[in-house]
Write a protein that binds this ligand. Structure first.
Ligand code: SF4
Length: 682
């Protein structure tokens, strides 16, 4: 593309959202050397192994380069017309709710905006959901319940100033490594105490001042017991609560409970929390990926509200996301239960959104969340499915059912960068999308910082930006005027203006100052946080202006004689999702070349397993064979496998065939952790 100078962009992977400086070699090749952007507030020049080796993943091997219908190469006009015709026929015969989009935190905000506008404004259904549902939907629901809006009340600078950091369900050293480096720096500088609350003794737990090894889903018992203890000792901040918190009169009744951990460890935790109100709780997938994930989030938030440990530097409940733009999707409306820009589905909000879009219909209400969406595909209620930039055949729980659903669906459209994914094999129509390094737009990281992803290379073949693929289909449906954007900047401007609807309803999300941003200024946009460092400091966006402490109950434990072990799934340091990108890097594959079953020595002996041998994990949903890794990292009775590989050792199954599709009743997030399992020697 002719631009050979350093280009500032953002990493393709996790929600830390590190800034990258990319040096693209001159010439027609795709050689790029990557380093950390010293001016980006998320990382100040640091990168982890995945970000550092991004240059190894930008080759064209396996790329989808041309639109295809039933495997045959076709023109873009023909492909867009075919998608539109099938969608139009489906809507005419079965109604708008027979159509669904399943999208991704890999999309840029502009792509998300276009997809959401097409579905909720023009098709007239709420049936767009995102793979972020699998990642942090429970944190969204918890924030909404407590604050009245999905607002992360913290910033990374809080990690620099905290006296105590609680890491809940987070192997931060592996999954958000640059945040971990920041925490280590804070600890070295000011002696910050680090507590890891996790059933597994992870690499992060090894380095903590205190590891609190809860049982799977033991978070609520621990946080309720901790909160009850702080209340009993008179350590809650009565002045803060009186001014800023709504609480039921009977909230404290019978809150005290068994914390579920060794009493000495619990006492040590209580002492740390009592002594350090400047406390950040960083919570991640171990908390969210649970059938009680929303309640866990509120149990954490309750502690912060009661202690007044929120909205001042170094204090707050901080959910950290998995994907590079999960947050952008949350803002724009990529979740089926958000209309757009933090708006709900009241008649008044739907009317306002439809008027803004000049849309022909009003979306009838919330759509199907991911697990329910694929169930609806499976049982024939959804007959047209468009999957964008994600691989649900591998990543969804109970993936055997998801594959059946894809096989049965009359029309499956897949827009992606890779030609042959497990999901693409089910596609009737394949649409080639731009990859990282070719895309141009914005992402939002875990601290609400919006950054630019910039183009490094020309798109190969006929690959197009996702927002443009969507706009072309909309035009083929007859709605071209409403989707006539000429570039990513014009999509962003429209989105920025639309946040005015949220702002007018007292929400914190407000980008209207960028509604007239010029294309040149958009190109040069520096990273910035919407809402500032502490967006809730001047009040909560609830009707009363106060936050809500939501009473949550400890879930009942039901023993399962047939599947007596508890199975967790986890990430490896150097792999990402279903490995469609990191699997291309030889360097990254060296860290853990194969998936390992982690098992405690007592369980290994009980099931006749030896280190380095093979074992089969069996659950109600599926079975998979793994090489055995015996160690003290797991508690007795608990096992863990990684989520990345699409096929485990024998080809018999894959890790995500193992968890069931039970979901949190509030957020709809699947409970990937804590599935009943048993082991068999192979
Ligand atoms: Fe990329 Fe996350 Fe690593 Fe930063 S911490 S370089 S965003 S993978």
């Amino acid at each position: 593309m002719g631009d050979t100078g350093p280009i500032r962009t953002t990493c393709a992977y996790c929600g830390v959202g590190c800034g990258i400086t990319a040096d693209v070699a001159s010439g027609a090749g795709r050689e790029v050397s990557v380093s950390g952007d010293t001016r980006h507030p998320a990382n100040a020049g640091r990168l982890c192994s995945k970000g550092t080796h991004l240059g190894e993943t930008v080759g064209l091997e396996g790329r989808l380069l041309h639109p295809r219908i039933a495997g045959e190469r076709v023109s873009w006009d023909r492909a867009s017309a075919e998608v539109a015709e099938r969608m139009r026929a489906c809507i005419a015969q079965h109604g708008p709710d027979s159509v669904a989009f399943y999208v991704s935190g890999q999309l840029l905000t502009e792509d998300y905006y276009a997809a959401n506008k097409l579905m909720k404004g023009f098709i007239g259904s709420g049936n767009i959901d995102t793979n972020s549902r699998l990642c942090m939907a429970s944190a969204v629901a918890a924030y909404n319940r407590a604050f009245g809006e999905d607002v992360v009340p913290c910033s990374y600078e809080d990690l620099d100033a905290a006296d105590l950091i609680l890491l809940v369900g987070s192997n931060t050293a592996w999954c958000h490594p640059v945040v971990w480096q920041r925490i280590e720096k804070t600890r070295a500088r000011r002696g910050t105490k680090i507590v890891v609350i996790d059933p597994r003794r992870t690499e992060t737990a090894e380095q903590a001042d205190l590891h609190v090894p809860i049982a799977p889903d033991g978070d609520i018992a621990l946080f309720n017991a901790l909160l009850a203890r702080m209340h009993a000792q008179g350590l809650v901040d009565a002045a803060y609560m009186s001014a800023h918190v709504e609480i039921a009169p009977d909230f404290w009744d019978d809150l005290a409970c068994d914390p579920g951990v060794d009493p000495e460890i619990f006492e040590a935790l209580c002492a740390l929390v009592a002594a350090h109100p400047r406390m950040v709780t960083l919570f991640s997938q171990g908390a969210n990926q649970s059938v009680c994930g929303t309640d866990k989030g509120n149990a954490i938030i309750n502690l912060h509200l009661a202690m007044g440990s929120i909205n001042w530097i170094g204090a707050g409940p901080f959910s950290i996301t998995g994907q590079p733009n999960a947050m952008g999707g949350r803002e724009v409306g990529g979740l089926a239960n958000t209309l757009a820009c933090h708006l709900g589905f009241s008649e008044e909000e739907r009317r306002a959104a439809a008027a803004f879009w000049n849309a022909p219909v009003r979306c009838s209400g919330p759509g199907l969340k991911a697990v329910d969406l694929f169930r609806a595909v499976h049982d024939g209620r959804v007959k047209f499915l468009w999957v964008m930039a994600t691989n649900p055949a591998v990543s969804m729980p109970d993936s055997a059912v998801v594959r059946e659903a894809l096989a049965r669906c009359p029309t499956v459209v897949v827009s992606d960068v890779i030609a042959d994914t497990d999901t693409a094999r089910h596609a009737d129509i394949l649409l080639p999308a731009e990859a990282w390094g070719e895309k141009n737009g914005t992402v939002t990281n875990s601290e609400r910082c919006i950054s630019r992803q910039r183009r490094l290379f020309d798109a190969p073949g006929e690959a197009r930006a996702d927002w443009r693929i969507i706009a072309d289909v909309a035009a083929a449906m007859g709605w071209g005027e409403a989707f006539a954007w000429k570039d990513a900047a014009s999509v962003f401007r429209e989105y920025a203006w639309m946040t005015g609807l949220a702002q007018a309803r007292g929400k914190c999300l407000d980008l209207t100052h960028l509604g007239d941003i010029s294309s040149a200024d958009y190109d040069a946009l520096e990273p910035f946080q919407w809402g500032g460092a502490r967006p809730l400091a001047s009040g909560y966006p609830t009707p009363s202006g106060k936050a809500r402490m939501v009473r949550v109950e400890v879930p009942e434990r039901v023993p399962d004689a047939e599947f007596p072990l508890r199975l967790n799934t986890a990430r490896y340091r150097d792999q990402w999702h279903t490995m469609t990108r990191t699997g291309l890097s030889p360097t990254l594959s060296q860290h853990r070349p194969e998936p390992l079953l982690e098992v405690h020595p007592r369980d290994a002996a009980r099931y006749g397993l030896v280190a380095g041998g093979l074992a089969r994990v069996v659950t109600r949903q599926g079975r998979a064979v793994f090489r055995v890794d015996v160690g003290e990292g797991q508690r007795p009775g608990e096992i863990c496998v990684p989520m990345h590989w699409s096929d485990a050792m024998s080809g018999e199954g894959r890790a995500n065939r193992l968890p069931g599709a039970q979901v949190d009743p509030v957020s709809g997030q699947p409970g990937f952790k804590n599935s009943g399992a048993r082991l068999e020697p192979v």
